[in-house]
Design a protein around this ligand. Sequence first.
Ligand code: CA2
Length: 145
Amino acid sequence: MKILVINGPNLNMLGIREPHIYGSGTYNDLVELIKREAEERRVRVAFVQSNHEGALVDAIQDAYGVADGIIINPGAYTHTSVALLDAVKAVGIPTVEVHISDPDTREEFRKISYIRPACIATVKGKGFAGYVEAMDILMKQGKSA
Ligand code: CA2
């Protein structure tokens, strides 16, 4: 199984500021954690992080015919992007939405997720462990598909 892990804007800044919200681990720590957990599960993982909406759309499109699942933390584009919603719908790849914090307990504007309707599940508020849970969700659904 091949999983693409996509992280949106500012997630490259993890561990640098706002540790009370996002923890003290860096983006590199996150990548290493996912790689370790993927290896144990014999899952192949690839990573994309971008601060640009179009680059994220390109990454989703490039996964067509390549990845069996997508884990995406769209960052702030969660709350604004119809383009990411359309891209996930267009490729039809099982996708799990992940948030390190729980946006539903924060500002009102974070309670809206445009991408959620195209995703098979949402994991939020579980820190970096949420990405591992997302991997398990994709693996389970891969077996039943
Ligand atoms: O909780 C999450 O994972 C979010 O997707 C993170 C986004 C935020 O806009 C969403 O509402 C929830 C923001 C990522 C910003 O990451 C930072 C990392 C370090 C310092 C500042 C921001």
